[in-house]
Design a protein around this ligand. Structure first.
Ligand code: CDP
Length: 231
């Protein structure tokens, strides 16, 4: 019997989540969902609307009647807001980098996105993917607690700053990490049972290889129980 595998990847800013998730999705024919993109798109939308981001009330009002949709392009699911798609350039601007962690710390905003994020599993099944790989800060701890594999990516801060600068982005990752790790609502944590990978001295391929090894051993276990057969 063919089933479906769920992988949760969490980690701090520029820890290598997106590259690893996208490559895994391609290798395994999984749907890739980047929840950082969701928080970024919502932040961009609020900034565009001129909503005062220091007021939770204003943010709640700003999100009223906002419709969430999904567009699947290749292996990736993109969030659509009121029918509008966002470019990477828009959601990775300096303004969004500065504001996103403040917006993402608001419980109302997280609740607003939670069911949508969980619904992506159905999107993946409906599109006949063999599984889903979802990345963020609270995927293993909150969004997909029942994931078959939970991965926590780590890299030291100098390495992460170098990576971000290499991408040509202005981004205070230490500041974002501090807000993300210390907030009350769904903070960035390494949950017990998650596989920790230190990517500091690893190549992109090296990270993916390690995760694929884990997928293989989980797949072997599930296959012996008759639950999953990889492509
Ligand atoms: O790509 P990078 O690691 O810089 O960040 P991202 O994954 O695009 O996430 C941007 C921001 O969204 C994070 O700094 C968090 O504040 C927030 N976020 C979150 O709170 N929960 C998630 N599951 C994903 C992102």
């Amino acid at each position: 019997m063919k089933s479906f595998l769920i992988i949760a990847i969490d980690g701090g800013a520029a820890s290598g989540k997106s590259t690893a998730s996208a490559t895994l999705a391609e290798n395994l024919h999984f749907l890739h969902v980047d929840t950082g993109f969701h928080y970024r798109a919502v932040t961009f939308y609020l900034l565009k609307k001129g909503v005062a981001l220091d007021s939770e009330k204003a943010i709640e009002k700003g999100l009223e009647r906002l419709e969430l949709g999904t567009e699947v392009q290749g292996q990736t699911a993109y969030l659509i807001l009121n029918g509008k798609a966002f470019s990477l350039k828009e959601v990775r601007s300096e303004d969004v980098n500065q504001a996103v962690s403040v917006v993402a710390a608001i419980p109302y905003v997280r609740q607003f996105l939670l069911e949508y994020q969980r619904s992506q599993v159905k999107v993946a099944r409906d599109h006949h993917f063999s599984g889903i790989v979802m990345e963020g800060r609270d995927i293993g701890s909150v969004v997909l607690r029942n994931a078959d594999l939970r991965v926590f990516l780590y890299a030291d801060v100098e390495t992460r700053m170098r990576r971000r600068a290499h991408q040509g982005e202005m981004d205070s990752i230490e500041h974002r990490d501090k807000i993300d790790s210390t907030r009350k609502a769904a903070p960035l944590v390494q949950v017990p049972g998650a596989v920790m990978i230190d990517t500091t001295d690893l190549s992109k391929e090296g990270v993916v290889e390690l995760i694929l090894e884990k997928v293989k051993s989980i797949n072997d276990e599930l296959t012996s129980e008759g639950k999953f057969v990889a492509k």
